[in-house]
Design a protein around this ligand. Structure first.
Ligand SMILES: Cc1ncc(COP(=O)(O)O)c(C=O)c1O
Length: 405
């Protein structure tokens, strides 16, 4: 990289709103599951842009789709439709319970649309009184004011004045608490079918089924936030498909675009009918550039060998983490599904997940955390065995450093 293009990390502190604290290194380019920084130092990517880069960096099918569409049409707005948007929507309906698609640009916006649709449906079908949204402690649904209020970490929604109302939080995996609380006033239950940001918490057997039954009993909608779990990450296209429990509304984003910003809300014909012209919208939603890339990503991810490969790679990750744990004894368990995995630290190492993340960075490995006690892995769904092995060797060196103090 030429000197004139280089930037220094301290520029971030001078010109950026300080709501992030990025790593000291500045990436320059990536290929597959490797990234190189401005100095040419190479990193293995077990973070995948927080469950976004499902085909790794600069996968040829994405580059081809992007460059082809870039020569044709970038943007129209929703006063016109376009072929990539309609082809992708058709594909998403074929691949899921849904009949209809609304495009957004992020996970938060897809969830915002889901919440607004649920409220609109309840008001029009049942009346003003049916407005309660039930969600779960430690759930995460995005940072718009409605979605962050529905999310189950009050620290993220406190401090901005009056919050959107009639939102109740209950403990995840506690079916008795839900059965006790839900009523005919409940408009919708919003949940992740496997909690991501909250610490990689899978649903206990029967939990999703029980939530569905209670929603049906009280005429409430079930909204699955599959922003992190969707698009092959857990080994099926959507995580709900393994459970057999269908939602009424589903939010997807992150890996849908493989790196290009796009989100979508999927729903049924009957519910979609409540979103009449003017009820909701987005200037960029359904942007042809984003939809063309997402279509290519979806076509690649849904190849049977890619989905089967997720489960194979989950095992390689679990084997690698287990081998490290046999030596250093710092994890209490490895949990999650497919390539949405969390290594939970045991009592002796409580609160040290960030130290491991920092040490991994120094060893040339990118990982994530999910709260203070969980090291999180959301790599590319097509990461090679060699990259996993090399990444595990670097993780072991990082953990050895942390353990040695
Ligand atoms: C389950 C879930 N929902 C919503 C979001 C928000 O997505 P975005 O950051 O694209 O708005 C996230 C992001 O981490 C997420 O994990």
């Amino acid at each position: 990289m030429t000197m004139e293009h280089k930037v220094e990390r301290k520029l971030f502190d001078e010109v950026m709103v300080p709501c992030y604290n990025p790593m000291p290194m500045i990436p320059d380019h990536g290929k597959g599951s490797r990234i190189w920084d401005q100095e040419g130092r190479e990193y293995i990517d077990f973070a995948g842009g927080i469950a976004v880069s499902c085909l790794g960096h600069c996968h040829p099918v994405m580059v081809d789709a992007l460059t082809e569409q870039a020569q044709k049409l970038w943007h129209l707005s929703n006063i016109m439709t376009n072929a990539p948007a309609l082809r992708l929507a058709k594909r998403l309906t074929e691949l899921s319970f849904a009949d209809r698609v609304f495009y957004a640009n992020s996970g938060a916006e897809a969830n915002e649309a889901a919440l607004k649709l649920a409220r609109r449906w309840a008001k029009e079908e049942h009346g003003e009184h049916k407005s309660e949204i039930i969600a779960f402690t430690k759930g995460f649904h995005g940072r718009t004011f409605f979605t962050v209020t529905v999310g189950g970490q009050p620290a993220y929604s406190d401090g901005f004045g009056p919050k959107p109302g009639d939102v109740t939080h209950l403990p995840y995996n506690d079916i008795a608490a839900l059965a006790d609380h839900i009523s005919d006033r409940t408009c919708a239950v919003m949940m992740e079918p496997l909690q991501g940001e909250g610490g990689i918490v899978p649903p206990e057997p029967g939990f999703l089924q029980a939530v569905r039954e209670l929603c049906d009993k009280h005429n409430a909608l079930l909204v699955f936030d599959e922003v992190q779990t969707g698009n092959g990450r857990t080994g099926t296209f959507y995580a709900y498909q393994e459970s057999g429990v269908e939602p009424d509304i589903l939010a997807t984003a992150k890996s849908l675009g493989g790196g290009i910003p796009i989100g979508a809300m999927l729903t049924t014909d009957a519910l979609a009918a409540h979103m009449k012209p003017g009820v909701h919208g987005s200037t960029y939603g359904g942007n042809p550039l984003a939809c063309a890339v997402a279509e290519a990503v979806v076509n690649e991810v849904t190849k049977p060998d890619v989905l089967a490969g997720v489960i194979e790679r989950e095992q390689w990750f679990r084997d690698g983490l287990e081998a490290i744990n046999d030596k250093y004894g710092i994890f209490s368990e490895v949990r999650g599904k497919g390539l949405l995995l969390g290594a939970a630290l045991n009592q002796d190492w409580e609160g040290r997940a960030r130290d491991i993340l920092v040490a991994a960075g120094e060893e040339g490995l990118l990982v994530l955390v999910a709260g203070p006690n969980v090291v999180r892995f959301t790599p590319s769904l097509v990461i090679t065995k060699a990259d996993i092995e090399e990444g595990m060797a670097r993780l072991e060196r990082a953990i050895a450093k942390v353990v040695a103090g």
